[in-house]
Ligand binder design. Sequence first.
Ligand SMILES: NC(=O)c1ccc[n+]([C@@H]2O[C@H](COP(=O)([O-])OP(=O)(O)OC[C@H]3O[C@@H](n4cnc5c(N)ncnc54)[C@H](OP(=O)(O)O)[C@@H]3O)[C@@H](O)[C@H]2O)c1
Length: 268
Amino acid sequence: MVPRERPGRYRVAVIGPGALGSFFAARLSRVIPTTVIGRHTVEVPHADWVIVLVKAYDTPAALRTARRMKPLGIVSLQNGLIESVPQGVTTAAAYREGKRVVPVATGSTLLPPGFETLARYLCRAGFDARVVRDIRTARLRKLLANVCLNPVTAAFGVRNGALRKLPYSVFAEVLAEEAAPVLAAEGLAIDPKAAIRRVMEVARATAGNRSSMLQDVLAGRRTENDHLTGALLRMARRHRLAVPTHAAFHQLIDVMEQGLESSGQRRI
Ligand SMILES: NC(=O)c1ccc[n+]([C@@H]2O[C@H](COP(=O)([O-])OP(=O)(O)OC[C@H]3O[C@@H](n4cnc5c(N)ncnc54)[C@H](OP(=O)(O)O)[C@@H]3O)[C@@H](O)[C@H]2O)c1
C-alpha cells in the first residue's frame, strides 16, 4: 500500500544547504512547504519527501538525519554511485561564491519509480523532472560523463569545454574508451566510440562550467574522487577489466588532495 501524505509536515526537506541543495530548496519553497537541513540542525522536522544533496562522502550522516524525518521517500541527487538509498540524476547546476549560491541551470532531473509526487513538485518549482523506470542506466550514463570530465578538468585546472581540444581531448577519449566496457558490463548499452561521443557532447553542452571536482580542488575541499572514479575502479575489478588511465587519475587526484590538506594551500 502506498502511504498517503500527511498534513502538518514539510512536503519536502533538502539535506545539504550547499550549492545545489540551496538552489533546489529556494525554488521548491516558492511552491510547496520546504525546509533545508544543515549539518548541525538539532531539531529535525518531519517531511514527506527528502532530497539528499550533501557530498557523497557525507551520505551516511545525512541518511541518519533523513530517516528521523519519517519520510515517505528519500532520494539522492548526488554525484557518484550511491547504493544505500534510491538515487536519481540531475543536470541542474549551481556553485558557491563566498556565501552566495549562483544558479547555473535548472537542467533535467530523473527520479526512480515511487517519486512521482516529488517529480510533480519539482516541475511546479521550474525544474524539468520526471520518473524513469530504468534509472540505473541514467546513473551509469551520468557516471561516464563524471569519470571522464571531472578528473581531467581538476588535474589540469580547465573548464569542461577544454576537453574537446588537444591536449586534454586525448585524456578524455582514453578515459571514455576504458570506461565503456566496464559500464557495458554493468548494463549500459554503450561501446567505446559512443562513449567518446557522449563525453564530448557533455563537454560541449557544459563548455563554460567548472566541474565539481575542479571547484573542490580550487577551494581546497575534499573531492568525490572515491565515489566517482573509485566507483568505476571497483566495478572494473569486479568484471576483471583493465582501466589503467582511470587508476592513474584516481591516484593523481588523491595526491593533489593530500597535498592541499597537508600544505593548507590552494593550488591556483
Ligand atoms: N553543484 C552542482 O552544480 C551539482 C550538480 C550535480 C550534482 N551535484 C552533486 O550534488 C551533491 C552536492 O553538491 P554541492 O555542490 O551542492 O555541494 P556543497 O556546496 O559542498 O554542499 C554540500 C552541503 O552539505 C552540507 N552537509 C554536509 N554534511 C551534512 C549533513 N550530515 N547534514 C546536513 N548537511 C550536510 C555541507 O555543509 P558544510 O559546508 O558544513 O560541509 C554543505 O552545505 C554532490 O554529490 C555533487 O556532486 C552538484
